[in-house]
Write a protein that binds this ligand. Structure first.
Ligand SMILES: *Cc1c(COP(=O)(O)O)cnc(C)c1O
Length: 290
């Protein structure tokens, strides 16, 4: 299922940009969406090569990673279990996980913090179990994300991506370095205090001058929104026909447009925005759009 693919790169007509493009990783798969497909690709290969048939992973109740892992496991004929942070809840995302056959173990926040301990407590005797960290964070994930760069049809002046753990950004930076591009990588942390993303990236790649973090576009923190962000999503979607999610990609697109307004990027520059998918995230905020 992880055959090579080139997700399309499409031009976005938003004034005043003349060279703004989007890499549509959101089109890869509706459930194994965007960067989660990239991150799981080599993790599943590693699991299968080690004879592991049971994926065990971690996430919050609205985690795109959990849905992606559940769907990827089902397609690959593997079992999947997730430790879900917090008390037992029901929602659309977890319903999909269950439909794909994933087992859910709701885990209170204190014990959830020690993921290795959770894994050991339940699966130390299960030789088929394969540990996948929250969000798929791993070296394998960065290798999958570096392939995004290899697929690009032209050289861009700037590439933008949203960051939660920074693993995707680390992979992109790795790809830029490996292909010896002059492209600048702009990373938009979606959490408050996003400077930590640089340390996370440094676990996987040497942080070079290609990288700029823009830490002021978190809109209050992870999964937080403001009326201005909701309004932005509404008008962006209505004028471009491109859906974006409130947690990640909306903050990235807002940043691109705002940085141009401040003349920190040039409207003629070749700019690529990575659409990392995650559109099911809209379901968690549906009341904000009604
Ligand atoms: C998970 C996710 C991200 C964050 O990726 P990291 O590698 O954790 O930084 C970005 N965008 C979307 C849509 C996601 O689902």
């Amino acid at each position: 299922m992880f055959e090579n693919l080139n997700s399309p790169v499409q031009k976005l007509n938003i004034a005043p940009f003349s060279n703004l493009w989007v890499k549509r990783d959101d089109l890869i798969d509706p459930y194994i969406s965007g960067n989660k497909w990239r991150k799981l690709k080599y993790l599943l290969q590693d699991a299968i090569s080690k004879g592991k048939t049971h994926l065990v992973t971690f996430g919050g109740a609205y985690s795109n990673h959990l849905v992606a892992t559940a769907a990827a496991a089902a397609k690959s004929n593997l079992r999947a279990t997730a430790f879900v942070r917090g008390e037992a809840v029901k929602n659309e995302m977890l319903m999909l996980c269950t439909l794909f056959g994933m087992k859910l173990i709701f885990t209170e926040r204190e014990s959830y913090r020690d993921k290795v301990a959770c894994f050991e407590q339940y699966f130390s005797k299960d030789d088929t179990a394969y540990f996948i960290d929250e969000g798929g964070a791993s070296t394998q994930a960065t290798i999958g994300c570096a392939e995004i760069i290899t697929e690009l049809p032209i050289q861009y002046d700037h590439i933008f991506c949203a960051a939660g753990t920074g693993t995707t950004a680390a992979g992109l930076l790795k790809g830029i370095q490996q292909n010896q591009l002059n492209t600048k990588l702009h990373v938009i942390p979606v959490l408050k205090g996003g400077d930590f993303i640089q340390d996370e990236m440094a676990k996987y790649v040497s942080v070079s001058a290609h990288l700029t973090l823009h830490t002021n576009y978190h809109f209050g923190g992870y999964a937080k929104t403001t009326p201005a962000l909701i309004q932005f999503i509404q008008s962006f979607t209505a004028t471009t026909g491109l859906l974006i999610d409130p947690v990640y990609t909306a903050k990235m697109f807002y940043a691109i447009i705002d940085l141009q307004k401040q003349n920190l990027i040039n409207k003629e520059d070749k700019i690529l925005a990575l659409h990392t998918g995650g559109l099911l995230g809209i379901l968690g905020m549906k009341e904000k759009f009604s």
